[in-house]
Design a protein around this ligand. Structure first.
Ligand SMILES: Cc1cc2nc3c(=O)[nH]c(=O)nc-3n(C[C@H](O)[C@H](O)[C@H](O)COP(=O)(O)OP(=O)(O)OC[C@H]3O[C@@H](n4cnc5c(N)ncnc54)[C@H](O)[C@@H]3O)c2cc1C
Ligand code: SF4
Ligand code: SF4
Length: 1001
């Protein structure tokens, strides 16, 4: 049955009118849903965000009438193209997010499909319950998608996959009727079949589904074919095709002597892993287990080779691990190049020959630390005696989180490889019997070697599944040839070992073509019968599991596609801007919510719209730069639309495992767009903040008069396009520079202050925010430094250029950057560093300047960057060097709650700030687990962004601040953050330098 993919806009518009939720027909949104985390791309007809089950039924009716398809979707992190198709993508991740019922006694929970797996477990924790299966994507993957793909993860040794825990589902069938599926006793099942049979001509779709399933499973020939051709029973991870083998292991199909192990018949076994091809899930009842053992201890077995690690895996299994995961040396190499992941790889020790090892992470979770230690000791000794491994560190507590983060970031890290060659998902999901694994991987690597390829190895060694990704350039026809060739050869190898081509990621568009080879033509025909019975018009996600198009069609990259050379203002290092955007592989880490912590991505956290993710921004840029017919490919309103809510917070720079830096992409795009359309008035004003405030600072009283008066402020704000409710930072009666000039020129200064006591000279970068608005902070910073023995000099320099950068005025920012580099390059050194107070200003030296300035200044820029420090970084360095002691600080007890600045988190870290604020011995510093405050420079002032800015503040930061008693100090290094905290909570936050000043004796 073929579907027509053309349907009139008129009828789509009329469908949109009938829906309570949304239906998007525009190019922008359709483009964002044309890909998932796979290598595939196909433009959907439309995208719907339904609000109710009634909406889904309307979509189903429309699909039947118009012979188009529906692609159910949650987080869209599928790796095999499951949610890529030409019909209407139906995204239930926004409005179907409720946990409906928890039954503590019976240990189950009923949820809607859009509940995020990790968030479900956070909600279940107070009940002492846990949903076992997890994926590396568990902080954004949703239950609908997990069931759809029959997902599992590192802990599948203990918990199995989503299928085993799917007790019941409510679904809408292809004819729009409601259905419930659950466990049925043998007699219930037989009655149901008999009733359906008795209906004859009046049998409904549900009856037909049961009758067809029974007909298939009752046939002796089919039973023999299924038993013979599905993966061998010891292969636990088996996601190839429809799970008829699982249904066959239930009553009444097992023969009497097998009956002891037979489970009750439950259609959920078939639905799990059916990839949205059979029905639309609206509710899922999941089995729960008690919380995992209290103490997690990870033995990180350092092995000399992958082969050694796989042999060691077999040995570790007898110690009852919760997981045995492999991280190969290539993943570790990539980790060392990533700011965040390098920190997580702290435990790695080189092999005796100085190269990186292959690491087997063995999770020996038990109730007590003693139990774990005893077990780890015994296991490590046995490994050592057997000549496997050379170093066996055992890690507990927060360290385990870092190791799991490193392991989970494996795939993303592989996308860091600069250029067009990537570690491609093509044979990444094979599973074999764990005892066959060493031999299988040897054969596997032989095939790669023969073809001049190599692969990265990581993941679930303990269950016979490794994520093996060969490096392929899919932009070339040779790459396309390799893509198919390797898939074919490995499919044959997996069949030889009676394994499963998919262990957990599913078949999708990638593996569907090989299903007949994997399970035999006969069983494949049965799959087709199943599909036809459930979905006669093939409206549900067609082309997946059956009738799949060739695996090398509809790829994200066309073979030998030509793109122009892009001239950019920023340097993108070893690649161009398109290649930088292409680093996004769709893994969806940027869809995590505030409950998982971190900064990336505040706009998505607030709106929960795919359009507001980092991924969307990389996708739209890639798409437009690749396919736009315009001469200047940046000149597309689609990019502007998707970048509108990007706060340029840099969260992605620090947290995206593929290092996609959307803030940089946004700045570049804006300048290129301005080049065509001119600079909007508000952007010009913001970009020239320093000049504007400089002028106003001649009459600060007049400026403050306006902004202290609410009605006047509202008028003034509206005139420049700011939100009327937003307060403005007031001007100080003097500037920091004039205060400092006066001070150093006064005779009293030479007698009692810095120059008389100074041991060391430091230069203060007098940024535009501190100079005009936060003058008191500037003064206290200088006085603190002086009191600690430093001579502070404000050198001649230009403003930072941060406001220009934030508005995409890169040409202006470049002039400023070059001026600063010329002025400062000869005086700034390790011994005489440049110290900044406002993180967003001083960090431009480290982040943007080296990529922006002319070639001849790059080396100077890099040198300067090394010695441009935030105030707290400098103090922390001096503490380390024992140049500052706690003796000169108060012994008073204080609690400080610290909100980190996004750019500081991305480019530096909060550790120096914590270290500095912990200097007074009775000060306790606690980080507020907040992401972006929502202000992000001028973003939160802008009239159309004010509401979302406050919404972002409300996610974590504002409630956390409001909870604090008056005596608790709120610290925030960023000027925007302090302003936002004030506007959102009425509380005054202090710069850490001020707090240190006040703590001086
Ligand atoms: C970096 C990375 C690591 C990964 N690691 C793992 C791993 O460790 N283990 C693992 O199993 N997978 C892994 N995956 C794959 C993927 O994350 C999982 O399959 C995940 O469970 C998919 O969830 P999702 O919400 O993104 O689903 P989606 O991709 O949105 O959908 C998955 C399938 O479910 C169907 N579906 C969704 N909602 C419904 C509904 N309401 N009704 C019917 N069908 C529906 C869709 O049509 C689709 O076929 C990984 C992916 C990436 C990118
Ligand atoms: S932007 Fe980064 S985190 Fe988001 S999907 Fe792309 S690669 Fe993943
Ligand atoms: S810069 Fe911030 S808002 Fe923009 S995409 Fe990155 S994380 Fe999201």
């Amino acid at each position: 049955m073929t579907l027509q993919s053309s349907v009139s806009n008129l009828s789509l518009n009329s469908l949109a009118d009938q829906l309570e939720g949304e239906l998007f027909l525009d190019n922008t949104i359709r483009t964002l849903y044309a890909t998932d985390a796979s290598a595939y791309r196909e433009m959907p007809l439309a995208v719907s965000i339904p609000k109710s089950e009634a909406d889904i039924k309307k979509l189903i009716a429309f699909a039947n009438e118009n012979r188009i398809s529906l692609i159910p979707r949650t987080a869209g992190t599928s790796l095999a193209g499951q949610v890529v198709g030409n019909g209407i993508v139906v995204d239930v991740s926004k409005n179907f997010t409720k946990i409906l019922e928890v039954n503590q006694q019976e240990r189950w929970v009923r949820v809607q499909p859009g509940v995020v797996r990790d968030e479900l477990n956070m909600a279940l924790k107070p009940y002492g319950l846990y949903f076992g299966p997890e994926t590396s994507t568990a902080n954004r993957a949703m239950i609908g998608g997990m069931v759809g793909n029959n997902s599992c993860g590192s802990n599948s040794i203990v918990y199995g996959s989503a299928r085993e825990h799917t007790l019941e589902v409510k679904a809408i069938l292809a004819d729009g009727t409601d259905a419930e599926f659950k466990s049925l006793s043998s007699s219930e099942y037989k009655n149901l079949i008999n009733q359906s049979l008795s209906k004859n001509g009046s049998a409904g779709l549900l009856d037909k589904i049961y009758l067809k399933t029974n007909e298939i499973l009752s046939s002796a020939e089919n039973q023999a074919e299924i038993r013979k051709n599905f993966p061998k029973p010891s292969v636990e991870r088996r996601n190839t095709g429809y799970a008829l083998d699982m249904l066959l292991n239930t009553e009444p199909y097992l023969s009497s002597d097998e009956n002891q192990t037979a489970k009750q018949f439950n259609m959920c076994s078939l639905i799990a892993g059916s990839e949205g091809t059979l029905c639309f899930l609206t509710e899922i009842k999941l089995n729960l287990v008690p919380l995992p053992p209290k103490t997690q201890g990870l033995v990180c077995v350092h092995c000399n080779s992958i082969d050694e690690a796989l042999r060691a895996t077999v040995l570790t299994l007898k110690y009852g691990p919760h997981a045995v995961e492999l991280i190969d040396n290539y993943v570790l190499e990539c980790a060392m190049l990533n700011v965040e992941q390098k920190k997580n790889a702290f435990f790695v020790m080189d092999k005796p020959d100085g190269t990186l090892p292959a690491i087997l992470v063995v999770d020996l979770s038990r109730e007590t630390k003693e139990e774990v230690e005893a077990l780890a000791l015994e296991m490590s000794a046995e490994l050592h005696q057997s000549g496997m491994g050379f170093h066996y560190p055992l890690l507990f507590g927060d360290d385990t989180k870092k190791i799991w983060t490193l392991r989970k970031a494996g795939l993303g890290l592989l996308s860091n490889i600069p250029g067009d060659e990537k570690a491609v998902a093509v044979i990444e999901d094979t599973a074999v019997d764990v005892y066959d694994q060493p031999e299988y991987i040897r054969d596997f690597n032989e095939i790669l070697k023969k073809n001049g390829m190599s692969a990265v190895h990581y993941a679930h060694a303990g269950t016979g599944e490794l994520h093996l990704r060969p490096i392929i350039n899919l932009k070339t026809s040779e790459g396309h040839r390799q893509f198919r060739m390797i898939a074919e050869e490995i499919a044959a190898l997996v069949k030889k070992y009676d394994g499963s081509l998919s262990g957990e990621h599913g078949d999708g568009r990638l593996r569907g073509e090989f299903i007949p080879k994997m399970v035999g033509e006969h069983n494949y025909q049965l799959f087709k019968d199943i599909k036809n019975a459930w979905d006669p018009n093939h409206i549900f996600n067609p082309g997946k599991i059956v009738d799949t198009a060739p695996m090398d069609t509809f790829l994200r990259y066309e073979a030998d596609q030509k793109t122009p050379e892009f001239k950019t203002y920023f340097r993108f290092h070893d690649q161009d801007i398109l290649q930088h955007a292409e680093q996004c592989n769709g893994s969806g880490d940027c869809r995590k919510t505030q409950m998982s912590g971190g900064t990336m991505c505040p706009s998505f956290m607030a709106t929960r719209n795919e359009k507001d993710t980092t991924r969307a921004r990389a996708n739209i840029l890639r798409e437009m730069l690749t396919h736009s017919p315009k001469e200047n490919r940046f000149d597309n309103h689609e990019i502007k639309e998707v970048y509108d809510l990007c706060l340029a917070c840099k969260g992605c720079k620090g947290e995206c495992p593929s290092n996609v830096d959307v803030a940089k992409l946004k700045m570049e795009f804006l300048q290129q767009y301005h080049d065509v359309h001119g600079v909007p008035m508000r952007s010009w004003l913001v970009g020239n903040f320093s000049k504007m405030t400089g002028l106003a600072s001649y009459v600060p009283w007049a400026y403050n008069l306006i902004y202290k008066n609410k009605p006047l402020r509202k008028i003034a704000n509206s005139m420049v396009g700011f939100h009327p409710e937003r307060t403005m930072p007031l001007l100080h009666s003097t500037t920091l520079k004039s205060w400092w000039n006066k001070r150093v020129n006064s005779s009293a200064y030479t007698l009692s202050d810095a120059s008389s006591i100074a041991a060391k000279k430091v230069y203060l970068f007098c940024d535009e925010f501190t100079n005009y608005n936060d003058v008191e902070i500037g003064k206290k910073s200088i006085l603190t430094l002086e009191k600690l023995g430093y001579q502070v000099v404000i050198p001649d320099h230009a403003p930072s250029g941060r406001p220009q950068l934030s508005k995409g005025l890169l040409k202006d920012a470049k002039v400023i950057a070059e001026k600063n580099i010329r002025l400062l390059k000869d005086i700034i050194s390790y011994d005489t560093p440049l110290i900044g107070i406002e993180p967003s200003a001083i960090l431009t030296f480290r982040d943007e300047y080296p990529d922006l300035v002319s070639d001849e200044l790059v080396e100077d820029a890099k040198k300067l960057a090394q010695n441009a420090l935030q105030f707290d970084e400098f103090i922390a360095r001096e503490i380390e060097l024992k140049h500052i002691s706690k003796d000169v600080f108060t012994k008073e007890k204080r609690l400080i709650k610290l909100h980190g600045h996004c750019q500081q988190k991305a480019i530096s870290s909060m550790v120096p700030t914590k270290k500095m604020l912990s200097l007074p011995e009775n000060y306790t510093v606690q980080l507020i687990p907040s992401g972006c405050c929502g202000m992000a420079g001028s973003f939160g002032y802008e009239k159309e962004h004010y509401d979302i800015s406050m919404q972002i503040g409300e996610l974590v930061l504002f409630p956390a601040v409001r909870q604090q008693p008056e005596e608790v100090i709120i610290a925030a290094p960023g000027t925007s953050c302090r302003h936002q905290i004030h506007d959102g909570t009425g509380r005054k936050a202090q710069h850490p330098a001020e707090i240190l000043w006040e703590a001086l004796l």
